[in-house]
Design a protein around this ligand. Structure first.
Ligand SMILES: O=P(O)(O)OC[C@H]1O[C@H](O)[C@H](O)[C@@H](O)[C@@H]1O
Length: 628
């Protein structure tokens, strides 16, 4: 399908043209031989999107937009009407983007030229669109209803998804109702989920969103869910602090079951369990979530206590698989989490079927393409006016930056435009008292304001003119307009601001944002929001012509860390310091020597294989000193 697109498009980098094309073809031929597979059809050399008429039309259009100001655009009622969308209760107003209706038409044309519709279909149809790993990209299947058919290599995967969901439901209910008990006969009321990256950030986002939801909180009564991600022993200490192994269930979450940080943390916590409850306790106190059930067994976890997922679910897209569903069902109950899946699936359906002009993920994705590639914005701020969405930005940071932080097209062609943006954020109003200065008067950073109509924890004090939540939301409305409209020198003068201060107090305005509003924050709407962001990121990648579903950029650091690990062990065992000529540059050699010398003063003669849980006895977590 993409090969056909390419042929239709032609242009500078048309298939097989020039030395570039020949080099790419040779590369993929070699790679195909190496992995014993045919070259995937999507890897055919093709033109960059920047060589299309539609891209050029947008480039020229920037000049027209540069002559406008949001202060004026926002007053146009017809434009405001046109620049808002709603689906299934989720409302999005993008009238504060630096666009006109003409810009939007051009952006949708670009989406069509990039084959977004075909690429979305290919994703939902289970084609191997993650071409560098030759994998399907089917996180949508993890929330598909039972009667859906989604094939991977000619096999319907939906029954597999529901088998695992059934197992999660059964297991979580047994743990929650005390039928599944620990080694000493006590019910397991606390859960520690060990995992990093995609095996952590998505579940943490959803957990944070539901903690203060009154309905979900009832289901979580008397239970605790904690996450252990960082390999820093301080994180181990913090996550085990105050927990009793007798009443704790540990979930090791790792797609590959090889991630160094997760596996060391898993061994550490296994030592903690074994030290107090004996060798056999692992069977009752540790379960796993992975695609690699062989390694789960080798680790010592009973395969019956393993919850599978599949290589067609990317780590950062895995929160709706067992990765999120197991820990969150244990905490809130399966029925609540089922609503989360329903919300995500609702947005999936909208994404797959709605025309581009009505399609929320497509529209938001195209606006981000516009801001990054045409208006030169380096970042995107995610600003929920809702404390329960505090972990949305860290999750989207991985989803978006690991997906779209790429420098070459899907066929290896270097890009001649920027992709990806730096995603960051903080709930309002905390962000206002921190980094908003830069957003108002420094760099132009498009903002996503996210507001909720009904607070999870409403407070209305006698005598106050608005409720506490109203107060928060007043800022949601005000900030978006302050960014768009700004404040001119003329206005300041009319307010008698001294001349010397006028340049400092002037707000240029014309800073883009969009406003998303949800009726309330519950499991269902959290699912909608998750899916909206996931698909928006995919749309951006589809347009930029990159592979949003691999992450080779994180590999090199891991490889170098392994080498350092071997060197560290070698030098310490031999009691040597590092000299030059060992393959490290002088700076790293000096840094390592300084570290080893400092550590030599601290090291215990015999490393212990039991985690010192006696140290984890207060809120003031002390690092476990017997592990250095
Ligand atoms: O789930 P795991 O296999 O342990 O992987 C955890 C993380 O590892 C790497 O950092 C990848 O870049 C992430 O995408 C992944 O989420």
């Amino acid at each position: 399908m993409w090969a056909r697109d390419t042929l239709a498009r032609g242009g500078r980098d048309a298939p097989g043209r020039g030395e570039f094309g020949r080099r790419r073809a040779r590369h993929w031929e070699r790679r195909g031989r190496a992995v014993g597979r045919a070259m995937p059809v999507v890897m055919e050399a093709k033109a960059l999107i920047s060589s299309t008429e539609e891209w050029r039309a947008l480039r020229s259009h920037v000049e027209a937009i540069d002559k406008t100001h949001l202060r004026d655009l926002i007053r146009d009622e017809a434009r405001c009407d046109a620049l808002a969308l709603e689906y299934d209760g989720l409302y999005c107003d993008f009238a504060r983007q630096r666009v006109t209706t003409e810009t939007m038409e051009k952006l949708y044309d670009l989406a069509r030229a990039a084959g977004v519709r075909e690429k979305v279909n290919a994703m939902f149809n289970g084609e191997a669109i993650n071409s560098t790993e030759n994998r399907a990209v089917l996180h949508v299947a993890t929330r598909a209803p039972k009667d859906k058919v989604i094939n991977v290599d000619g096999r319907n995967v939906v029954p597999d998804v529901h088998d695992v969901l059934e197992k999660i439901k059964e297991f979580s209910e047994r743990v929650r109702n005390g039928e599944w008990i620990g080694e000493t006969g006590k019910p397991l009321k606390d859960v520690v989920a060990i995992g990093i990256g995609g095996s952590f950030l998505g579940p943490l986002f959803v957990h944070t969103a539901l903690r203060t939801n009154p309905e979900a909180a009832v289901g979580a009564s008397g239970r605790q869910l904690r996450f252990l991600a960082n390999v820093d022993p301080v994180d181990v200490a913090r996550s085990l602090n105050g927990l009793d192994p007798e009443t704790t269930l540990v979930i090791v979450v790792s797609k590959t079951f090889t991630t160094a940080e997760t596996m060391l943390n898993a061994r550490t916590v296994r030592a903690w369990i074994r030290a107090s409850l004996g060798e056999n306790a692992v069977q009752k106190h540790m379960v796993a979530i992975s695609t690699n059930l062989k390694l789960v067994k080798e680790f010592g976890i009973d395969p019956d206590n393993a919850f599978a997922f599949w290589d067609w679910v990317g780590g950062r897209y895995s929160v709706c698989s067992a990765v999120g569903m197991l820990p969150l069902s244990l905490q809130y109950g399966y029925d609540t989490m089922e609503k989360f899946l329903e919300g995500a699936w609702s947005m999936d359906q909208h994404f797959a079927n709605a025309p581009f002009e009505e399609n929320l993920p497509v529209t938001l994705g195209m606006l981000s393409v516009w801001n990054v590639s045409f208006l030169g914005c380096p970042a995107r701020a995610i600003l929920p006016y809702c404390q329960a969405l505090a972990k949305l930005a860290p999750h989207i940071q991985q989803v978006a930056m690991e997906s779209n932080g790429k420098g070459v097209a899907i066929d290896g062609t270097p890009l001649d435009y920027d992709t990806g943006e730096i995603d960051f954020g903080e709930p309002g109003t905390n962000g206002q008292h921190s980094f908003y200065q830069l957003i108002h008067q420094g760099r132009t950073i498009p903002c996503d304001f996210i507001g909720i109509v009904k607070s999870q924890q409403s407070v209305y004090l006698k005598g106050e003119i608005v409720s506490n939540h109203d107060e928060l939301m007043c800022n949601f409305f005000a900030q978006a307009d302050a960014l768009a409209v700004g404040k001119s020198a003329v206005e300041l003068r009319s307010e008698n601001v001294p001349d010397a201060l006028i340049p400092h107090k002037t707000f240029s305005g014309n800073r883009p944002s969009l406003s998303i509003m949800l009726p309330e924050l519950n499991a269902y709407t959290t699912g909608q929001l998750l899916s909206l962001y996931e698909h928006r990121v995919a749309v951006q990648g589809f347009v930029w012509g990159i592979n949003s579903f691999d992450q080779w950029g994180v590999e090199l650091g891991k490889v170098l860390a392994s080498r350092v690990r071997a060197t560290m062990n070698d030098k310490r065992t031999k009691g040597e310091t590092m000299s030059g000529g060992e393959g490290y540059n002088p700076s790293t050699t000096r840094l390592l020597n300084r570290y080893l010398a400092g550590k030599a003063k601290l090291i215990y003669p015999e490393p212990k294989d039991v985690f010192p849980c006696d140290l984890i006895d207060s809120d003031e977590c002390r690092p476990p000193t017997s592990y250095v």
